[in-house]
Ligand binder design. Structure first.
Ligand code: HEM
Length: 503
């Protein structure tokens, strides 16, 4: 899970390469990373890689004359364009190499079926994600444990993410949003993405960790999260985690300090006679199928994972939603009118039950997740031969599905590049294709945070629509920053003005 670590692998390459263009230091880092980790990777590659036998039909390979780097530079500059061109030329399944690894993309709903229906032993998530996640979350959780154990942990988390909790979360999120945005004053131009990232740490900590941990969230703790988050880096993906790099040390130090803070909260809770009704309590009371309770280290690892899994995904999505609304004043006014129709003209505090009736806002969020899904690629390691669209994919390939590409396929979506939330009201050609729309993944690795993310983002935007009118600065809609792990908006500045009484 994480800061959606899920997409880490390919996007990291993309980051690495995006920066390499202009940054010699990154070039040195990547080269040294390669030299240093050659031993490790070659062992892995030769142990697992099966070549394409003559009697099987392997996916078409996009040729490259650049040794080792392969297509990394072209992919890093514009991954979506690269994949769309490859789809046009080679069809739904194709392979290419980057940084010494072979990636096989499955494009479109039919081809993607392989990823979402296969067993974790065949297409494995730990092999590609755990290098990044284990130093951040700690041992014993997520991709550090066999998948059946992680599935049990996901089930426990899901139990805590229930409607009774969401009802409380709406009030918490609305209050945090009002409080946070007091600093914006009546009008101005500000960095929307930065603000939403800060706000979402506060709301997620409050809702997912509980009031004691939220109360401790000062600048020092925020810095610890930032250091921990720094663990999701190009270097962490490429280099062995024991190397004495400053960012690795900061990550490991932050991990220990955050763990200690959380341990103390858990111990205090255990000592107290009163039981809270929140996710922390759910985890403290949870047991595995064999009756064993979670130990404190597992609870803390899951709490860190919960926070980071929702952080970048939700803040990026919220920011893009803001720009789509700012770029279309008529749509923004329809969303504001919906607030008054659903909640009442005097706009009293929002209630959970009203969220489902905010159907236009819901469709706007759905459409934002179509055009800007935060997880650009899901990845698995093929541990044995796999078959997709009549091709045989050898073991050792990193098998990938990109929601971004599936969400805008010419063959599937009408007016594919248009932000049109009302498309879901009409007959939608994509509805018949199981994996045409997959912002939260599918199958055994599917997201458990979807409902919470919807509650969080819809509550934040209900509050913001009530507070302000938004517009783009000089009509500029942000371009996509492909150099970050999650595709964030470039120059995410928005113009805002407080709504007048009867606006
Ligand atoms: C807009 C918000 C979010 C988006 C778009 C999103 C997207 C995704 C995607 C695409 C996956 C599948 C990854 C894969 O198959 O490799 C996933 C898995 C997951 N997500 Fe999210 N997520 C979001 C928010 C959250 C939140 C708020 C939480 C926790 C509260 C969360 C927790 C998880 C977990 C635990 C998994 C399971 C990973 C696995 O089984 O391998 N996510 N998410």
């Amino acid at each position: 899970m994480a800061i959606h670590i899920f997409e880490a692998g390919s996007s990291l390459i993309e980051n690495t390469v995006g920066k390499m263009d202009s940054n010699l230091t990154s070039m040195v880092l990547v080269t040294s990373a390669f030299v240093l980790s050659l031993g490790y990777f070659s062992k892995l590659i030769f142990k697992q890689f099966q070549s394409c036998d003559k009697d099987v039909k392997c996916p078409p390979v996009i040729p490259s004359s650049i040794p080792f780097l392969g297509h990394a530079i072209a992919f890093g500059k514009s991954p979506i364009e690269f994949l769309e061109n490859a789809y046009e030329k080679y069809g739904p399944v194709f392979s290419f190499t980057m940084v010494g690894k072979t990636f096989t993309y499955l494009v479109g709903s039919d081809a993607a079926t392989l990823m979402f229906n296969s067993k974790n032993e065949d297409l494995n998530a730990e092999d590609v994600y755990s290098r990044l996640t284990t130093p951040v979350f700690g041992k014993g959780v997520a991709y550090d444990v066999p998948n059946p154990v992680f599935l049990e942990q996901k089930k426990m988390l899901k139990t805590g993410l229930n409607i009774a909790q969401f009802k409380k979360h709406v009030k918490i999120i609305e209050e945090e949003t009002m409080e946070y945005f007091t600093r914006w004053g009546d009008s101005g131009e500000r960095n929307l993405f930065e603000a939403l990232s800060e706000l979402i740490i506060l709301t997620a900590s409050n809702c997912l960790h509980g009031k004691e941990i939220r109360a401790m969230l000062d600048e020092k703790v925020a810095q610890l999260y930032a250091d921990l988050d720094g663990g999701f880096s190009h270097a962490a993906w490429l280099l062995p985690s024991w190397l004495p790099l400053p960012s690795f040390r900061q990550r490991d130090k932050a991990h220990v300090e955050i763990k200690n803070i959380f341990f103390r909260v858990i111990q205090k809770r255990r000592a107290s006679l009163e039981k809270e009704d929140d996710i922390l309590q759910t985890l403290m009371d949870a047991t595995y199928k064999d009756g064993r309770p979670l130990n404190d280290s597992e609870i803390v690892g899951m709490l860190i994972g919960l926070l980071l899994a929702g952080q970048h995904t939700s803040s990026t999505t919220s920011a893009w939603l803001g720009f789509f609304l700012a770029g279309n004043r008529a749509l923004q006014e329809r969303c504001y009118a919906e607030q008054r129709t659903v909640c009442g003209d005097d706009l009293p505090p929002l209630q959970y039950d009203q969220l489902k009736d905010l159907t236009l806002l819901d469709r706007c969020l759905k459409e934002t997740l179509r055009l800007r899904p935060p997880i650009m690629t899901m990845m698995r390691m093929a541990r044995s031969y796999q078959t997709a669209a009549g091709y045989t994919i050898p073991a050792g390939h990193q098998v990938c599905v990109s929601p971004t590409v599936n969400h805008r396929l010419k063959d599937t979506w009408t007016d594919r590049m248009e932000f049109n939330p009302d498309r879901y009201l009409h007959e939608n050609p994509a509805a018949g294709e199981k994996f045409a729309y997959i912002p939260f993944g599918a199958g055994r690795h599917r997201c458990i945070g979807e409902n919470f993310a919807y509650v969080q983002i819809k509550t934040i935007w209900s509050t913001l629509l009530r507070l302000y009118n938004f517009e783009l600065v000089n009509g500029n809609f942000p371009t996509v920053n492909y150099t970050t792990m999650i595709h964030t908006p470039n120059q995410p500045i928005i113009r805002y003005k407080r709504r007048q009484e009867k606006d």
